[in-house]
Design a protein around this ligand. Structure first.
Ligand SMILES: [Zn+2]
Length: 289
Protein backbone atom coordinates (compact mmCIF):
# COMPACT_ATOMS: atom_id res chain seq x y z
CA UNK A 1 0.00 0.00 0.00
CA UNK A 2 2.61 2.50 -1.09
CA UNK A 3 0.03 5.12 -2.06
CA UNK A 4 -1.60 4.89 1.39
CA UNK A 5 1.71 5.56 3.12
CA UNK A 6 2.51 8.40 0.78
CA UNK A 7 -0.92 9.91 1.25
CA UNK A 8 -0.76 9.69 5.03
CA UNK A 9 2.72 11.09 5.23
CA UNK A 10 1.68 14.15 3.21
CA UNK A 11 -1.32 14.72 5.49
CA UNK A 12 0.69 14.10 8.69
CA UNK A 13 3.45 16.43 7.62
CA UNK A 14 0.93 19.18 6.93
CA UNK A 15 -0.71 18.59 10.31
CA UNK A 16 2.60 18.81 12.18
CA UNK A 17 3.51 21.94 10.32
CA UNK A 18 0.19 23.77 10.70
CA UNK A 19 -1.15 22.72 14.08
CA UNK A 20 1.32 24.41 16.49
CA UNK A 21 1.17 27.64 14.50
CA UNK A 22 -2.63 27.64 14.47
CA UNK A 23 -2.86 26.90 18.19
CA UNK A 24 -0.43 29.70 19.06
CA UNK A 25 -2.32 32.05 16.83
CA UNK A 26 -5.62 31.19 18.52
CA UNK A 27 -4.04 31.55 21.92
CA UNK A 28 -2.50 34.95 21.22
CA UNK A 29 -5.90 36.21 20.13
CA UNK A 30 -7.51 34.85 23.29
CA UNK A 31 -4.85 36.61 25.41
CA UNK A 32 -5.60 39.85 23.64
CA UNK A 33 -9.33 39.48 24.26
CA UNK A 34 -8.62 38.84 27.89
CA UNK A 35 -6.64 42.02 28.47
CA UNK A 36 -8.91 44.07 26.23
CA UNK A 37 -11.98 42.94 28.16
CA UNK A 38 -10.48 43.94 31.52
CA UNK A 39 -9.18 47.22 30.14
CA UNK A 40 -12.52 48.19 28.67
CA UNK A 41 -14.65 47.10 31.59
CA UNK A 42 -12.64 48.81 34.35
CA UNK A 43 -14.19 52.14 35.37
CA UNK A 44 -12.15 55.35 35.24
CA UNK A 45 -12.51 55.74 38.99
CA UNK A 46 -10.75 52.79 40.57
CA UNK A 47 -11.61 53.88 44.10
CA UNK A 48 -15.13 52.50 43.80
CA UNK A 49 -14.39 48.93 44.87
CA UNK A 50 -17.79 47.33 44.15
CA UNK A 51 -17.73 48.83 40.64
CA UNK A 52 -14.21 47.50 40.05
CA UNK A 53 -15.17 44.04 41.29
CA UNK A 54 -18.25 44.04 39.04
CA UNK A 55 -16.06 45.13 36.11
CA UNK A 56 -13.67 42.20 36.63
CA UNK A 57 -16.64 39.86 36.73
CA UNK A 58 -18.02 41.19 33.43
CA UNK A 59 -14.56 41.09 31.86
CA UNK A 60 -14.12 37.42 32.71
CA UNK A 61 -17.50 36.55 31.32
CA UNK A 62 -16.67 38.36 28.10
CA UNK A 63 -13.24 36.77 27.98
CA UNK A 64 -14.69 33.26 28.22
CA UNK A 65 -17.24 33.99 25.46
CA UNK A 66 -14.67 35.61 23.18
CA UNK A 67 -12.27 32.77 23.82
CA UNK A 68 -14.87 30.26 22.64
CA UNK A 69 -15.58 32.26 19.53
CA UNK A 70 -11.90 32.69 18.71
CA UNK A 71 -11.19 29.00 19.15
CA UNK A 72 -14.11 28.11 16.91
CA UNK A 73 -12.93 30.49 14.19
CA UNK A 74 -9.34 29.27 14.41
CA UNK A 75 -10.52 25.66 14.31
CA UNK A 76 -12.57 26.19 11.17
CA UNK A 77 -9.56 27.83 9.50
CA UNK A 78 -7.36 24.93 10.57
CA UNK A 79 -9.85 22.44 9.17
CA UNK A 80 -10.11 24.21 5.84
CA UNK A 81 -6.35 23.96 5.49
CA UNK A 82 -6.42 20.31 6.49
CA UNK A 83 -9.14 19.45 4.00
CA UNK A 84 -7.32 21.11 1.14
CA UNK A 85 -4.23 19.11 2.13
CA UNK A 86 -6.34 15.95 1.91
CA UNK A 87 -7.52 16.86 -1.56
CA UNK A 88 -4.04 17.72 -2.79
CA UNK A 89 -2.58 14.55 -1.29
CA UNK A 90 -5.24 12.42 -2.96
CA UNK A 91 -4.64 13.99 -6.31
CA UNK A 92 -0.95 13.35 -5.88
CA UNK A 93 -1.23 9.66 -5.00
CA UNK A 94 -4.36 8.62 -6.90
CA UNK A 95 -4.27 11.07 -9.75
CA UNK A 96 -7.96 11.76 -9.25
CA UNK A 97 -10.13 14.14 -7.29
CA UNK A 98 -13.17 11.86 -7.22
CA UNK A 99 -12.11 9.82 -4.24
CA UNK A 100 -14.56 11.53 -1.93
CA UNK A 101 -18.24 11.78 -2.88
CA UNK A 102 -18.06 15.54 -3.00
CA UNK A 103 -15.56 18.29 -2.45
CA UNK A 104 -14.21 18.41 1.09
CA UNK A 105 -14.62 22.15 1.33
CA UNK A 106 -17.85 21.87 3.35
CA UNK A 107 -16.41 19.30 5.71
CA UNK A 108 -14.84 21.96 7.96
CA UNK A 109 -18.07 23.60 9.09
CA UNK A 110 -20.00 20.31 9.03
CA UNK A 111 -17.41 18.69 11.30
CA UNK A 112 -17.60 21.55 13.78
CA UNK A 113 -21.41 21.41 13.82
CA UNK A 114 -21.18 17.66 14.36
CA UNK A 115 -18.72 18.07 17.18
CA UNK A 116 -20.98 20.51 19.03
CA UNK A 117 -24.05 18.41 18.34
CA UNK A 118 -22.45 15.22 19.62
CA UNK A 119 -21.27 17.13 22.67
CA UNK A 120 -24.73 18.44 23.45
CA UNK A 121 -25.95 14.83 23.32
CA UNK A 122 -23.18 13.88 25.78
CA UNK A 123 -21.68 11.46 23.25
CA UNK A 124 -18.33 13.25 23.37
CA UNK A 125 -16.50 14.98 26.20
CA UNK A 126 -15.50 18.57 25.63
CA UNK A 127 -12.72 18.83 28.27
CA UNK A 128 -13.50 22.51 28.44
CA UNK A 129 -12.60 24.47 31.53
CA UNK A 130 -14.61 27.60 30.88
CA UNK A 131 -16.08 26.92 34.33
CA UNK A 132 -12.55 27.26 35.62
CA UNK A 133 -12.27 30.56 33.86
CA UNK A 134 -15.40 31.66 35.72
CA UNK A 135 -13.79 30.34 38.93
CA UNK A 136 -10.68 32.36 38.13
CA UNK A 137 -12.85 35.46 37.86
CA UNK A 138 -14.17 34.73 41.35
CA UNK A 139 -10.60 34.31 42.63
CA UNK A 140 -9.61 37.68 41.23
CA UNK A 141 -12.61 39.25 42.95
CA UNK A 142 -11.59 37.63 46.21
CA UNK A 143 -7.99 38.84 45.91
CA UNK A 144 -9.12 42.33 45.14
CA UNK A 145 -11.45 42.47 48.13
CA UNK A 146 -8.77 40.98 50.39
CA UNK A 147 -6.21 43.58 49.30
CA UNK A 148 -8.67 46.38 49.96
CA UNK A 149 -9.55 44.89 53.37
CA UNK A 150 -5.86 44.63 54.23
CA UNK A 151 -5.28 48.29 53.71
CA UNK A 152 -4.23 48.61 50.06
CA UNK A 153 -6.04 51.40 48.28
CA UNK A 154 -8.50 50.09 45.66
CA UNK A 155 -6.38 51.75 42.93
CA UNK A 156 -3.28 50.00 44.16
CA UNK A 157 -5.09 46.67 44.53
CA UNK A 158 -6.49 46.92 41.00
CA UNK A 159 -3.09 47.78 39.58
CA UNK A 160 -1.51 44.86 41.38
CA UNK A 161 -4.09 42.51 39.94
CA UNK A 162 -3.50 43.83 36.45
CA UNK A 163 0.27 43.65 36.93
CA UNK A 164 0.12 40.07 38.08
CA UNK A 165 -2.18 39.01 35.27
CA UNK A 166 0.16 40.62 32.79
CA UNK A 167 3.38 39.27 34.26
CA UNK A 168 2.08 35.70 34.39
CA UNK A 169 2.28 35.29 30.65
CA UNK A 170 4.46 36.82 27.97
CA UNK A 171 1.64 37.02 25.43
CA UNK A 172 -0.67 38.72 27.86
CA UNK A 173 2.05 41.18 28.74
CA UNK A 174 2.37 41.95 25.06
CA UNK A 175 -1.39 42.42 24.91
CA UNK A 176 -1.27 44.77 27.92
CA UNK A 177 1.30 46.94 26.20
CA UNK A 178 -0.92 47.12 23.13
CA UNK A 179 -4.33 47.50 24.71
CA UNK A 180 -3.51 49.16 28.03
CA UNK A 181 -5.03 52.52 27.13
CA UNK A 182 -5.03 53.86 30.64
CA UNK A 183 -1.19 53.90 31.04
CA UNK A 184 -1.80 52.51 34.53
CA UNK A 185 -1.80 49.00 33.16
CA UNK A 186 1.71 49.32 31.85
CA UNK A 187 3.04 51.12 34.89
CA UNK A 188 1.48 48.52 37.12
CA UNK A 189 3.68 45.69 35.84
CA UNK A 190 6.29 46.79 38.41
CA UNK A 191 4.36 45.35 41.30
CA UNK A 192 3.37 41.76 40.67
CA UNK A 193 1.74 39.46 43.16
CA UNK A 194 2.86 35.83 43.43
CA UNK A 195 -0.57 34.25 43.95
CA UNK A 196 -2.07 36.25 41.14
CA UNK A 197 0.75 35.28 38.84
CA UNK A 198 -0.10 31.66 39.49
CA UNK A 199 -3.71 32.41 38.67
CA UNK A 200 -2.68 34.11 35.45
CA UNK A 201 -0.56 31.13 34.44
CA UNK A 202 -3.48 28.83 35.11
CA UNK A 203 -5.80 30.89 32.93
CA UNK A 204 -3.13 30.88 30.23
CA UNK A 205 -2.55 27.14 30.32
CA UNK A 206 -6.34 26.51 30.40
CA UNK A 207 -6.76 28.56 27.26
CA UNK A 208 -3.89 26.74 25.56
CA UNK A 209 -5.23 23.36 26.60
CA UNK A 210 -8.68 24.21 25.25
CA UNK A 211 -7.26 25.46 21.95
CA UNK A 212 -5.05 22.39 21.50
CA UNK A 213 -7.74 19.85 22.43
CA UNK A 214 -10.47 21.53 20.39
CA UNK A 215 -8.34 21.54 17.27
CA UNK A 216 -7.17 17.95 17.64
CA UNK A 217 -10.76 16.82 18.20
CA UNK A 218 -12.01 18.75 15.20
CA UNK A 219 -9.33 17.17 12.98
CA UNK A 220 -10.59 13.73 13.97
CA UNK A 221 -14.20 14.76 13.34
CA UNK A 222 -13.33 16.09 9.90
CA UNK A 223 -11.35 12.96 8.99
CA UNK A 224 -14.23 10.80 10.16
CA UNK A 225 -16.71 12.73 8.04
CA UNK A 226 -14.49 12.73 4.98
CA UNK A 227 -13.83 8.99 5.42
CA UNK A 228 -17.56 8.25 5.61
CA UNK A 229 -18.00 9.95 2.25
CA UNK A 230 -15.46 7.84 0.45
CA UNK A 231 -15.66 4.40 -1.14
CA UNK A 232 -11.89 3.99 -1.16
CA UNK A 233 -11.47 4.62 2.57
CA UNK A 234 -11.93 1.35 4.43
CA UNK A 235 -11.25 2.82 7.83
CA UNK A 236 -9.27 5.16 10.02
CA UNK A 237 -6.24 4.12 12.01
CA UNK A 238 -5.64 5.58 15.47
CA UNK A 239 -2.11 6.96 15.40
CA UNK A 240 -0.36 7.57 18.71
CA UNK A 241 1.04 11.03 19.17
CA UNK A 242 4.81 11.18 19.48
CA UNK A 243 4.33 13.29 22.63
CA UNK A 244 2.86 10.20 24.25
CA UNK A 245 5.26 9.30 27.05
CA UNK A 246 3.22 7.06 29.37
CA UNK A 247 0.84 4.24 28.61
CA UNK A 248 -2.86 5.10 28.73
CA UNK A 249 -6.14 4.47 26.91
CA UNK A 250 -4.60 5.80 23.68
CA UNK A 251 -2.29 2.76 23.52
CA UNK A 252 -5.36 0.51 23.62
CA UNK A 253 -7.10 2.58 20.95
CA UNK A 254 -4.00 2.31 18.76
CA UNK A 255 -3.62 -1.46 19.10
CA UNK A 256 -7.04 -3.13 19.53
CA UNK A 257 -8.63 -4.72 16.47
CA UNK A 258 -12.34 -4.43 17.25
CA UNK A 259 -13.59 -4.63 13.66
CA UNK A 260 -11.18 -7.06 12.03
CA UNK A 261 -9.68 -4.23 9.98
CA UNK A 262 -6.25 -4.40 11.58
CA UNK A 263 -4.76 -3.10 14.80
CA UNK A 264 -6.08 0.34 15.72
CA UNK A 265 -8.28 0.53 12.60
CA UNK A 266 -11.96 1.48 12.86
CA UNK A 267 -14.73 2.05 10.32
CA UNK A 268 -14.88 5.83 9.87
CA UNK A 269 -18.23 6.16 11.68
CA UNK A 270 -16.94 4.17 14.66
CA UNK A 271 -13.70 6.10 15.03
CA UNK A 272 -13.24 7.08 18.72
CA UNK A 273 -13.17 10.65 20.02
CA UNK A 274 -10.22 12.07 21.92
CA UNK A 275 -10.15 10.29 25.28
CA UNK A 276 -8.29 12.93 27.32
CA UNK A 277 -7.46 16.64 27.26
CA UNK A 278 -4.41 17.75 25.28
CA UNK A 279 -4.42 14.45 23.36
CA UNK A 280 -2.68 15.00 20.05
CA UNK A 281 -3.14 11.50 18.66
CA UNK A 282 -4.29 11.57 15.06
CA UNK A 283 -6.05 9.57 12.38
CA UNK A 284 -4.75 8.03 9.17
CA UNK A 285 -6.72 6.54 6.35
CA UNK A 286 -6.62 2.90 5.46
CA UNK A 287 -7.66 2.53 1.85
CA UNK A 288 -9.68 -0.39 0.48
CA UNK A 289 -7.32 -2.97 -1.10
ZN1 LIG B 1 -3.61 10.36 22.91
Amino acid sequence: MADEREYNSIVTEARNKNLPELINNAFTKIGEEYVKAIDEELPEDLSNTPAVVAAFKRAFKRFAQQGERRIREATINALKRRMSTHEQALKQVKGSDNIFDESLSKVATDAIDDMYKRRSLDVVDSFKTVENWGGSGAMVEEELSAMVRNGSSPEKATNRIMASLASGDAEMQEAVSRFGRRGGLRAATEEPNERLQQLARRIGSDARMIARTEMSQSFLEADRRAGMRSDVVEGLKWTLSTNHTHEDICDTLATQDKYGLGSGVYPAEEFPSLPHPSCTCSSRYKFVD
